[in-house]
Design a protein around this ligand. Structure first.
Ligand code: ASP
Length: 279
């Protein structure tokens, strides 16, 4: 099964680019038209940035136009349903993350089954960061915890909808802290990030892919990295893990994968890689 070979090969890769070759057809026949790469969140967020990297790789490998389509809403489940129901012909692909695995437990009616999708390969895995608006008084997690303990209900925590990575991370944070912060849902973390920078929202658990430039530019405060180990990204290496900063055992990372509708024909999947950037 080419899909399985692809998945096994790609599992060790950071950014995959691929070439579908439909079995029984000449290689030249695919692709005959542009490929649509669906991202289930709005443009400018971490999933979108990662998908645009993958689109660039696919463009080079396939020699065709790859259109990134942002079909956002309901924590990524609307875009996922769109791909699950698409023609399984190699022309509609999905970039999605950890939320694909958790959505069936969080939504009563999804409109698709996870088994309606074929896994093509792992794209990346990266930590999130707990960030806050610059106007929040605490400068470290210990002080932030005091503020949350005293005033938790008044603080709000942005996320990209139920089942999004930022929401899952927020749930873990909320249960670890036993707090009652108010969740504020968006259709993606790009608009949430604008609101954190604008001071309208207090906190967010955001993937390093999106938060690193804002942390570096001091447009947001960074309270900790969510992975068990510190990030190897130079701009984040000085930021403690939440674990180190007083939340023992806290460990949350986000993987993204590439998917096709189930039934996409067998063929060959040729991967090309570039060095693993921790994004
Ligand atoms: N992937 C982000 C999340 O799940 C949302 C986004 O990419 O905008 O929180």
């Amino acid at each position: 099964m080419w899909i399985k070979q692809a998945a096994m090969r790609a599992a060790t890769l950071c950014i995959v680019s691929g070439l579908f070759v439909t079995s029984g057809y000449a290689r030249a026949e695919y692709p005959e038209k542009p490929v649509t790469l669906v991202v289930p969140f709005v443009a400018g967020g971490p999933s979108d940035k990662i998908a645009r990297d993958v689109a660039e790789s696919l463009r080079k490998t396939l020699g065709t136009t790859v259109v990134v389509e942002n079909t956002a809403g309901a924590g990524g489940t609307i875009g996922t349903a769109r791909v699950a129901r698409a023609n399984p012909d190699g022309y509609t692909l999905l970039v999605h993350h950890i939320g694909l695995a958790t959505a069936p437990a969080l939504y009563k009616k999804l409109g698709y089954k996870t088994s309606d999708l074929e896994f093509l390969g792992l794209i990346n895995e990266a930590p999130s960061t707990l960030i806050g608006k610059t106007g929040l008084p605490p400068n470290n997690l210990a002080d932030l915890r005091k503020l949350i303990a005293a005033n938790g209900g008044k603080l709000n925590l942005a996320n990209a909808g139920v089942g999004s990575a930022s929401h899952l991370c927020s749930l873990l944070l909320q249960s670890t802290l036993k707090s009652n912060m108010t969740f504020v849902p968006y259709k993606g973390t790009a608009p949430a990030m604008s609101d954190i920078m604008g001071g309208q929202v207090d906190l967010m658990c955001e993937q390093a892919t999106n938060s690193t430039p804002q942390i570096e530019a001091r447009k947001v405060k960074a309270y900790g990295v969510t992975s068990a180990q510190r990030s190897t990204v130079p701009a984040l290496a000085g930021i403690p893990t939440l674990n180190e900063a007083g939340l023992p055992g806290f460990n949350f990372t986000v993987w993204h994968g590439l998917y096709a509708p189930r039934g996409t024909p067998q063929g060959y999947w040729i991967s090309s890689t570039r060095p693993c950037a921790q994004r």
